[in-house]
Design a protein around this ligand. Structure first.
Ligand code: PFF
Length: 453
């Protein structure tokens, strides 16, 4: 509790708590639902390599940049830029971040609702088939219906809101500490079962044997968007969490550990899913339903499958919750600190707003399936624009801010805890933040826009 100004600001209680909360934010549907299907659509192993390169080269330094801004300013993303660079337009990064948080929450809660429904189906033992077409029918009938997906989405946002109201230490930190390690263990068990399925080999080759002819500009933009989404960077989540981190915590260690843990979970999810995809004859490019089409089939073929299936979906819901909490916290921190709305009211307001947009995302698989924005459904539009455009754009300006603008004032002090820590990678982080990350992000964008030919 050493860094609570005026005895007021909430903070994380221990360094493991900080790590668990940051991992809780990073590890979620992005790893277990989004990573496998985006990898599936982008041809597998080559995508994975590009993805990992981006995590290492751009992801970790950007995490560090965000954490340092947050801990230095002790504020939400908009307030932080206003405080560090008063009267300058940098706060726009925070505004785009809060908007992205809103958009991500909206479609995230749709998918989280699906996982709640699958938890419910598991408990009632209603998914007892490993037949791919039956699993497909089950998923399609559910997610294109109207009432149930909306119902589960509301339930999920209710849980999210309740945890956020409880606050940082009593809400966020307490739960993630216990639940994230459990998720690791069950994923490992699932992967073991999946790789021992008959016909699993094709899946492992798909995931680990790269075919570089599959890399196009879209692949790289997808990898960039996925990396940012998965690490929760580019929109100020880690600025917000950074503001709750104690002054003596080691920010570079946290960033490295979180990026490693996050990538490890994504790869484990890939190892659990792709062998099953191939063993059951499902198309890797099936899209957002991929996890829901494959995993129930694995459980069906496992001793104790009933039990594992419940445990897995419960943990997936929890992983989604700890991420969703971190997204909502960005909006709530802004509303409470900048607009002086009370925490409870702010949470209710933000949750209600998210549910309005979120309902549209959910209904875009049924009633609103023909409503398109730039030829994408509402769900796809929210996903694509936030992950592939807003997060990388936010990330670009954040590294510019730290590397070329105001970062000189605080970055080195934050990373070394005012000279008390020796961070051997510091020159590397500096180089990446100044040159490599902004150039790489700009190139990916220009390439995607066709400007580089
Ligand atoms: N990283 C989360 C996941 O992988 O599920 C999603 C997420 C959380 C994205 C927080 C962005 C964010 F700011």
């Amino acid at each position: 509790m050493s860094n609570i100004p005026q005895g007021k600001r909430d903070s994380f209680g221990s360094s493991f708590g900080v790590f668990a909360a940051a991992v809780g934010s990073a590890v979620g549907l992005g790893n277990i639902w989004r990573f496998p299907y985006i990898t599936g659509q982008n041809g597998g192993a080559a995508f994975l390599l590009v993805y990992l390169a981006i995590v290492l080269l751009i992801g970790i330094p950007l995490m560090l940049s965000e954490l340092s801004i947050g801990r230095h300013a002790q504020k939400n993303p908009i307030g932080a830029f206003l405080q560090i660079a008063p009267g300058k337009p940098w706060f726009l990064i925070g505004i785009v971040g809060v908007a992205a948080a809103f958009m991500i929450s909206s479609f995230y809660s749709t998918v989280a609702g699906w996982t709640l429904h699958y938890t419910y189906l598991s408990v009632l033992d209603k998914i007892n088939t490993s037949n791919a077409s039956e699993l497909e029918t089950l998923f399609n009938e559910f997610h294109t219906s109207q009432f149930m997906p909306l119902f589960w989405q509301f339930v999920f946002m209710l849980f999210t809101g309740l945890i956020v109201i409880a606050g940082v230490r009593d809400g966020i930190e307490k739960y993630t500490k216990i639940l994230m390690p459990l998720l690791f263990i069950i994923l490992i068990i699932l992967s073991i079962r999946s790789v021992t399925l008959e016909g699993a080999k094709g899946g492992l080759e798909f995931l680990f044997y790269p075919d570089f002819s599959k890399i196009h500009s879209k692949t790289v933009l997808d990898a960039l968007g996925q990396a940012f989404f998965s690490l929760s960077i580019g929109m100020g989540t880690l600025i917000t969490y950074g503001s709750y981190i104690q002054k003596n915590a080691n920010l570079s260690r946290i960033s490295l550990q979180v990026a490693l843990a996050d990538s490890f979970v994504a790869i484990l999810a890939g190892i659990a899913i792709f062998p099953a995809v191939f063993a059951f004859g499902i198309a890797p490019s099936s899209g957002p339903g991929l996890v829901f089409l494959t995993l129930p089939g694995i459980f069906e073929q496992m001793t104790g499958g009933y039990f594992f299936s419940i445990l897995f979906f419960v943990l997936l819901v929890i992983a989604a919750l700890t991420s969703s909490v971190s997204i909502l916290e960005v909006v709530v921190a802004y509303l409470t600190e900048e607009l002086k709305i009370k925490r409870k009211q702010a949470t209710i307001l933000a949750t209600a707003g998210i549910l309005v947009i979120g309902s549209l995302a959910t209904l875009s698989f049924s009633t609103l399936k023909d409503a398109h924005i730039f030829s994408k459904t509402i769900f796809d539009f929210l996903d694509y624009v936030s992950a592939n455009l807003m997060l990388p754009l936010g990330g670009f300006f954040i590294v510019i801010f730290v590397g070329w603008a105001y970062g000189k004032k605080f970055f080195s002090a934050e990373i070394t805890n005012d000279g008390n820590l020796v961070v051997r990678l510091f020159p590397v982080f500096n180089l990446v933040i100044k040159y490599i990350a902004p150039i790489a992000i700009a190139l990916v964008f220009l390439n995607e826009l066709g400007i580089l030919g």
